[in-house]
Design a protein around this ligand. Structure first.
Ligand code: AQP
Length: 341
């Protein structure tokens, strides 16, 4: 059930912590475009403050932010219809995150599996920012009173925390100020797995480049990565049940389905009895067909980074016009004196 006391508005973001992967595209970007094209109020963000929760080389971060913006636009985000900007240009995100750091409980954050995964055994040495990351993510969303957040499966727990933070803030201050957001986790591409290990999600920061398809990969590289993707010797079964214990095969079927806008059932029905010698080249052709135009457009857009910066600046001004009054009201609710006109 969505929070009907707020007008529908979609917010989502992607970290410029490396290049875009097929996982980011199918789990997030492609669905961002669908939401925009459906006429919903859409706000999309390059979450650069999240990226620096782990060390980023400054020059690479600047490049990745611009390249990510190019990826959004190349995939179909229209900066005139969606608000497109990078997080650090709108200070309300960081300011509201501080309020939420004071609302969220240590116990809640300690349960976040992403922190455990990313900090690993070295948690004592992880940044405080990596631990507090979900409070900033809640601020990203709630600074716009967004009601719906399209994400991949891996972000579900963070969105539950966003709901908890909003509910606790509303309860603590006796208001109905922040909406209780709805995660939108739909379709075959919400959990794209590594091409080397079907139990691990495809990720920008995986040390193995062969584990993922990057949106900047050329056609030959895409075909080669899919050809070398780990699979098993069995042919495809005639129903999805037959893939229950075959995570790598299931992953390739899901990728095919998400790229072709088909259901995984329909893909299995089409390729039943065929081996990967047939399926992988068909998947490679499909992937190249869908990704090559995005890749070409990203390359074109990256030739004019001044224009990308201009688009992000304009998006930031529009985002700020929504977020700043919400932050001001939040400060009033909390009891922070606002003496300037
Ligand atoms: N493998 C995936 N399958 C489906 N969706 C995915 N997303 C990420 N990986 C997959 C979705 O992409 C959006 C942006 O993710 P992010 O950049 O904020 O961070 P992430 O989830 O941590 O992505 P990565 O690629 O794994 O980045 P690193 O390696 O830097 O941590 C989110 O909606 C996410 O669900």
């Amino acid at each position: 059930m969505s929070d009907t006391s707020f007008a529908p508005r979609i917010f989502s973001g992607i970290q410029p912590s490396g290049g875009l992967t097929l996982g980011n595209y199918l789990g997030a970007l492609k669905r961002f475009v669908q939401a925009q094209d459906a006429g919903t109020d859409t706000i999309y963000c390059m979450v650069d403050l999240h990226a620096i929760t782990v060390w980023q080389d400054p020059a690479k971060l600047r490049h990745a932010t611009r390249e990510l913006a190019a990826g959004f636009i190349a995939a179909g985000i229209d900066p005139a219809r969606s608000i497109l900007f990078n997080q650090s240009q709108v200070s309300a995100h960081a300011e509201l995150a501080w309020i939420f750091n004071c609302v969220a409980r240590m116990g809640w954050l300690k349960r976040m599996t992403q922190f455990k995964d990313k900090a690993g055994k070295n948690a004592e040495n992880a940044s405080v920012g990596l631990f507090a990351y979900p409070a900033l993510m809640a601020a990203d969303i709630l600074a716009y009173h967004a009601t719906h957040v399209p994400v991949g499966e891996d972000q579900k727990q963070h969105l539950e925390l966003t709901r908890d933070i909003a509910a606790k803030f509303n309860h603590d201050f006796g208001v109905e100020f922040f909406p209780i957001v709805e995660p939108v986790i739909e379709g075959a591409g919400t959990r794209v797995m590594s091409l080397r290990d079907g139990t691990k999600k495809m990720s920008k920061s995986d040390p193995s480049d062969m584990s993922r398809i990057n949106l900047t990969d050329d056609a030959d590289t895409i075909a080669q990565k899919l050809r070398k993707a780990r699979t098993d010797p069995e042919p495809l079964p005639d129903s999805l049940d037959g893939l229950a214990d075959r995570p790598e095969a299931r992953n390739l079927v899901n990728i095919y389905a998400a790229l072709a806008d088909m259901t995984p059932d329909a893909v299995v029905a089409q390729y039943a009895g065929q081996g990967f010698g047939t399926f992988k080249p068909a998947l490679a052709d499909l992937a190249v067909d869908k990704l090559a135009p995005i890749n070409a457009e990203m390359t074109r857009l990256m030739q004019d980074v001044t224009e990308i910066d201009r688009i992000l600046g304009e998006g930031a001004a529009r985002a700020n016009a929504i977020a700043q009054p919400i932050l001001d009201q939040c400060y009033d609710i909390v009891g922070l004196v606002r003496a300037r006109a």
